[in-house]
Structures are given as structure tokens and as C-alpha cells.
Design a protein around this ligand. Structure first.
Ligand code: ADP
Ligand code: MG
Length: 706
């Protein structure tokens, strides 16, 4: 209710924002847009950075990029007519001269800033025509004899939106701080929990941390604050990570309380044995181990939620097939979903080859399956004649009804968002049971990310490659040496090997990328007239793609020019040379995936990273990592350090990873303490879990309805 004054012991989380001074309906809407609904939310709306308005800087000592407050006298104020008209005001103090520049200004402003006037201004120092300049500073004229007060704390800059100014937010947050008391804001992490998780008790309390961060004192270590390393920030980062973890754990418990089909085949009638017998190789120790983990999960009464990690080429598909067969053996269906058409087709081809001898005809569904074919596919899925179904995300559209779905397998999980992962759990669920879920990823997920983004999953890791692989030798070459590279392809193909030429994304446009690949294929054909060259890209019809892929597989084609569509799944052991054009445009994890397409046979393989000159320092560093390592986990960790979690997990995941205070790279050392605090809290203070999740995640629905 507007104007209603809450009791001084009411929890701030239950006080609506319109009880604050100055909050009407329109402001309330704007605040809601920032996920601010109650007074507690305001306290946890934390500054992005700080400005120092506690002191006046001498003009002679300002540096580029600094935000500074100046006090000075106006020397001149003139309109400059250039490409853009601007008002330029020269000011000086006892130490130097600087210009203020306004692109939007009024006549009144010009008069006010006339020579001799004294002013105080604030803004960022940037390079300008007249030397250092400040564009559109905030400023105030000082009347003779007047003394303007200085701020006695650093000025917080908050995340804001259109139509909501910093001063307004500051005012509201100050009101909220005025209501902050032990009764009104509960600290849900008992000091004992914090102390035993961290092994020290050196952090401020929750209330102290909040007060400090909204108003850091004059002498606050500003660099430490900007870096997020201050104990007050660490205290909150810890709490934020803890609440994310608790939220994912809650999801996990939720599924633990659900029932799943018990997939426990009789030992005698096992498709598994027949399948293993007809495989041309035997499982590696690691494949065997994870396969047993999965087998045990599937025979439980609650749904499996398992992440299968294994470096590219480690043989995850066979493990998936074994899991699928366990479902089939028990009279259930298994669905296998891949993120791209091409990868789904590869799986379809593999599964068909493996399962048909066992008398199983896999079903196939993608967005491109239309008309009568689609109706037939839907029918086979619906009546159970397709015990194993392979496809793209089309498998999870509403019109698709499974007969008896027992297991969902998602390949290359990182391409799908967390939301999708959760949505898929719903698919095929009935009142009584939900299917088991296996997600597979070839992008090794650094432990820090795994602990936060996948805390709701059990993890199995395939940590060895099948025998007989030779590590890929990676070379970094400037594109000025293209002729040598082309000669190298010639050589390799003459020796009976095959090669890939990968064209990378140009400015996020698939169309342009495909075009570039077409042009490249034509050029290479001119330069290598005796080679048979094929082309695949994302805009080709799927029959055409399949046709080209088959031709490459069977050795009819020597060289395959492709876009990054071949990143995942393509498996041609005879290919031993890969050229990646403009590798500096790609993430390391993606390069690692691409490179994994070679080195699958007995032949020594090479990957040439053909970069565009000049290469930035960071670019050099990143390609250097590729050259020096073939360990997917190491590469992913380096990528995480260099580019951050959003990039490593793919953009779909960035929502999940946008913490307010925490930073997974910077705060990696908090993750183990967070884990133990989560355990303690769940065990000894179960009632604290809900409010903590609510406080940090509130209406954000990152993880669906918890
Ligand atoms: P990924 O883990 O990248 O999905 P795949 O499942 O595509 O790897 O397997 C890569 C290649 O290794 C395939 O050709 C597959 O048949 C082969 N492979 C898988 N397991 C073994 C094994 N135990 N021994 C030999 N080759 C294997
Ligand atoms: Mg795979």
C-alpha cells in the first residue's frame, strides 16, 4: 500500500517498494524491470563501479580514462564549427588547463559559462582536439564565496535502465539502508557455517558488507573495489554462489523425489552383449567404467541426471548406444538429440549401422522432415515401432508424442541452454515417472564451471582416447604463406590421405560464411586442379550435405571445404590434415573440437592454423595454447581465463552465468567452501535455503520453477 509505514521489525523482503518515498506506479514498473520488487531487492542491487567525488583533482595531474572532479575558472567559451558544432569551454586551475566540450548546448549555457565564472565539474578524461577534454561533464557554477560540500564516501554507480537515474536509485537505496537492522534483514548464513566452510572468520557481517558497498568511505581501497576483491564483495560473492548452488541442488532433489522407469534388463536377454560382440573394437577402460555408472543409474527408481564428459574422439557415442539399448531391452524408448542436423545425421548413420543387425530400426526426425515422411516418423515414435529415435531439437516439439520414453540423451549439451535442458526433463514425463537423462559434452567443462552450472548433475568422465591415435601436430602459419599450405594439401592427398579446409564465421553471418566457403572451394579447385574437392555448409539441403559427406567418407573426395558445421560429430579416420582459416576468430574450445576431426586414424595428423596478419597479442597467446596442448580440459580452462564463462559455455548459457557479484574465474577459490557451506546449510538449517535462493534469484527464473 502506498504510504503505509511498515513496522520496524518487518522483514525487508516483504515490504513493497511503494512504501518508499517517491515511488509511484511508473517508477515501480521501471524498478520491476531491474528485478527490484521489494526493499531487500534494493539492498542487493549492488554497484557496478564507483566514482571518487571525495576530492578535487588538480588539472595538471589528471590521466586519460580517469573519472575526475575538478574546480576551475573559465578562461574562454566558444562555439566551434567543425563537422559537428560544439561548445568548447577552456578552464584552468593553479596546475593546468583543460577543455570541456558540449555537443548539445543552449545559449543560456554559453552565457553561464562565460570567462571568469568558477565551476566544479565531473567527468571522464579523454583525448580531444585541444589535448585532454571532458565531454558533457556534470557541472555546477560556484557563486562567489560559496563552498560546495564534498562527498564523504565513494559514489556508487548502479545498474540502471532508461528513465531511472543514478540519483534516484541512490536515494531509494539510502532509504532501504535506513531500514536495515538485524530483525529486518536476516543473515541466512550462520557465522558457524561460514567459519567452518572458510576456515577463517575474517569477513564483515552481511549488514556491514552491504553498508560498505553502497557507501565505501573516503579512504576505501578503490582499486580493490573495482577488482571485486574487497572482503565485503567476497562476502556477498560467496552468498551469491551459495544460493545458485543451493538452487541447482534443489532441482536435483526434486528429481530425486520423482520416479523413473526402472531399466533393469534380464541378464540373459541382453542386447548389450550382442551389441558389444559385433563391435569391431573393445571398449576402453574408461568407456567401460562410465558405462557401468550409467547402467547402475538406469536401474534405479529415480531419474538419472548425468553429464558425460569426454574429450573429442574419446568415444561417447558407443556409451550412448549402450544406454539406449538398456532402455530398449526393458521395453522403453530412447531419444537421442543433437544440436545440428549434420551431427544428428551422423548419429543416425552410426546407430543404424550398429542397431540394424540387432533387428532395431532407429527413427529419425528433424525440422526438415516434412509431409508424409513426418507423419510416418511421428507415427513410429508414437506407437513405439521406433524404439530408438534420433533427431534435432525437433524431437521435443509439442506434436511429438512418445510411446514409452525411458531415456533422453542429449549430445553436445553446451550448445543447448540450461533452460532447454530443464524443459527436456518435462518431455515424456507422466504423472508417475520421468525419463532418465544423459547429457554428453565434448567441450570439457572446467571444474569451476561444472561446479556451478552443473551442480544438478552427476558427472562421468571418459579420460582416455581409444588406442592407436596419434596426437595431432598443430602449426601456426600466417596467411601470407598460403601457397605453401596449398602445396601441403597436394602432397597429403597424393599420399592417399584426405584433408579438411575449414572457413570460419565472418561477422556472425551464416550466409556470408557459406558464401566464403563457396568462393574458397572454387579458388582451391583452380589451384589444385587434379584434386576432387567437395563443399559442405549449413545452407545446403540435407540430402546434398549427406551426399558430399558420404563421398568424403568413402574416399571419393580428397579435400572437403567446410564451414564450422563439421565442428561436431564428423568422423573420417583417413583424414589427416586440417587447415583452419582465420582461427583467431574462434574460441579455443571450438578449435579443439574442429581439430578433433583429424588424428582419428593411424596416420600422423596435422592441423594448420592459417591466421590473418596482424595477429593481436591475445590472439597469439590463444593460438599458442592450441599449438602446445591437445588436452581439452587444459584448453577449456585457458579459454575460461582468457574469455570468461559466457564464451566458453556458449551464449545461451550467459544468462545463467551472469552473477551480480561473483565472478567464476576470480572467485574460483570460493567454490569449495561454497560447496561445504551448502552441505552444512541443507543439513542443519534447511529452512534457510528457500529465503536465500529467493534473495538472490528471486523472479529471475534462471532455473525454471524451483
Ligand atoms: P566423441 O566422444 O567425440 O563423440 P565418437 O563417439 O564419435 O567420439 O568416437 C570417435 C571414433 O572412435 C569413432 O570412429 C568410434 O567408432 C571410435 N571408437 C570409439 N570407441 C572406440 C574404442 N574403444 N576403440 C576404438 N575405436 C573406438
Ligand atoms: Mg560425439
Amino acid at each position: 500500500m502506498p504510504g503505509q509505514i511498515p513496522d520496524s521489525t518487518t522483514e525487508l523482503s516483504s515490504i513493497a517498494l511503494d512504501s518508499l518515498k517517491g515511488v509511484g506506479p511508473s517508477l515501480r514498473l521501471r524498478l520491476a524491470g531491474l528485478h527490484l520488487h521489494n526493499v531487500q531487492d534494493l539492498l542487493f542491487h549492488l554497484p557496478l563501479r564507483y566514482q571518487d567525488r571525495t576530492r578535487i583533482a588538480p588539472i595538471g595531474r589528471v590521466r586519460l580514462g580517469q573519472d575526475v572532479m575538478l574546480e576551475a575558472e573559465v578562461l574562454s567559451c566558444d562555439i566551434e564549427f567543425g563537422r559537428r558544432r560544439s561548445l568548447v569551454c577552456r578552464i584552468k586551475d593553479g596546475t593546468g588547463l583543460i577543455s570541456l566540450r558540449f555537443f548539445h548546448f543552449s545559449a543560456a549555457q554559453k552565457t553561464m559559462l562565460s570567462p571568469g565564472a568558477h565551476l566544479r565539474c565531473f567527468g571522464e578524461i579523454r583525448p580531444g582536439k585541444t589535448g585532454f577534454e571532458i565531454y558533457h561533464p556534470e557541472y555546477q557554477i560556484i557563486k562567489t564565496g560559496e563552498e560546495l560540500p564534498l562527498s564523504n564516501s565513494l559514489t556508487p554507480i548502479y545498474p540502471a535502465t532508461e528513465g531511472l537515474q543514478q540519483t534516484r536509485l541512490r536515494n531509494l537505496i539510502d532509504q532501504a539502508l535506513g531500514m536495515l537492522a538485524p530483525d529486518t534483514l536476516r543473515d541466512w548464513i550462520p557465522a558457524t557455517v561460514l567459519g567452518s566452510a572458510l576456515g577463517h572468520a575474517g569477513w564483515p557481517t552481511l549488514a556491514q558488507a552491504l553498508r560498505y558497498l553502497h557507501h565505501p568511505p573516503v579512504n576505501a581501497p578503490i582499486q580493490q573495489l573495482l577488482d571485486g576483491e574487497h572482503p565485503a564483495q567476497q562476502r556477498l560473492a560467496f552468498e551469491e554462489l551459495l544460493s545458485h548452488r543451493l538452487c541447482l541442488r534443489r532441482l536435483r532433489q526434486l528429481s530425486g523425489s520423482q520416479r523413473a522407469p526402472v531399466l533393469q534388463p534380464e541378464a540373459s536377454a541382453s542386447l548389450r552383449q550382442r551389441f558389444l560382440k559385433q563391435l569391431p573394437f573393445s571398449l576402453t577402460t574408461a568407456q567401460h567404467k562410465v558405462s557401468e555408472e550409467i547402467r547402475a543409474d538406469l536401474s534405479q527408481t529415480n531419474p538419472m541426471l548425468r553429464l558425460l564428459q569426454g574429450d573429442v574422439g574419446s568415444g561417447k557415442t558407443v556409451v550412448a548406444a549402450l544406454a539406449a539399448l538398456q532402455a530398449v531391452d526393458c521395453g522403453y524408448q530412447a531419444a537421442i538429440m543433437a544440436p545440428t542436423e549434420l551431427l544428428a545425421e551422423q548419429h543416425y548413420a552410426n546407430f543404424s549401422q550398429w542397431l540394424e543387425p540387432l533387428g532395431i530400426q532407429p527413427g529419425w526426425l528433424s525440422g526438415k522432415v516434412k509431409g508424409r515422411q513426418r507423419a510416418a516418423a511421428l507415427q513410429a515414435i508414437g506407437d513405439g515401432t521406433a524404439p530408438v529415435v534420433i533427431g534435432t531439437h525437433a524431437l521435443f516439439q509439442d506434436e511429438v508424442r512418445f510411446h514409452r520414453l525411458g531415456l533422453v540423451i542429449i549430445d553436445e549439451q553446451h550448445r543447448f541452454g540450461v533452460h532447454q535442458r530443464l524443459a527436456l526433463r518435462e518431455k515424456g514425463s507422466s504423472e508417475h515417472a520421468r525419463p532418465h537423462q544423459l547429457v554428453m559434452t565434448a567441450t570439457p567443462i572446467p571444474r569451476t564451471l561444472a561446479m556451478s552450472a552443473y551442480a544438478d548433475l552427476d558427472v562421468s568422465i571418459i579420460n582416455e582416447l581409444p588406442p592407436g591415435r596419434t596426437p595431432v601436430n598443430t602449426v601456426i602459419i600466417a596467411n601470407t604463406r598460403r601457397p605453401e599450405v596449398i602445396e601441403r594439401i597436394h602432397q597429403a592427398c597424393r599420399d592417399g590421405s584426405q584433408a579438411y579446409w575449414v572457413c570460419t564465421l565472418i561477422e556472425e553471418s551464416e550466409a556470408l560464411e557459406c558464401q566464403a566457403a563457396e568462393v574458397t572451394a572454387q579458388e582451391l579447385q583452380i589451384q589444385l586442379p587434379d584434386l576432387r574437392i567437395g563443399l559442405v555448409h549449413g545452407r545446403m539441403k540435407s540430402v546434398e550435405k549427406t551426399h558430399v559427406m558420404d563421398a568424403f567418407k568413402s574416399g571419393e573426395l580428397n579435400l572437403l571445404v567446410a564451414t564450422t558445421v563439421i565442428e561436431v560429430g564428423v568422423d573420417v579416420p583417413n583424414a589427416s590434415l586440417m587447415i583452419i582459416e582465420n582461427p583467431e576468430r574462434l574460441g579455443l574450445a571450438q578449435l579443439h573440437q574442429l581439430r578433433g576431426r583429424v588424428g582419428r586414424g593411424a596416420r600422423a595428423s596435422h592441423c594448420l592454423l592459417l591466421y590473418q596478419t596482424p595477429l593481436s597479442l591475445q590472439g597469439k597467446q590463444r593460438l599458442g595454447i592450441m599449438r602446445d596442448s591437445t588436452d581439452g580440459f587444459y584448453i577449456a580452462e585457458q579459454d575460461l581465463i582468457l574469455r570468461g564463462p559466457g564464451q566458453v559455455l556458449g551464449t545461451q548459457q550467459t544468462g545463467l552465468m551472469s552473477f551480480r557479484m561473483a565472478d567464476l574465474v576470480r572467485d574460483a577459490d570460493l567454490l569449495d567452501p561454497v560447496k561445504s557451506a551448502a552441505d552444512l546449510l541443507e543439513q542443519d538449517y534447511p529452512t534457510h535455503v528457500g529465503p536465500l535462493i529467493e534473495r538472490w534469484l528471486g523472479d529471475r527464473e534462471l532455473y525454471g520453477n524451483v
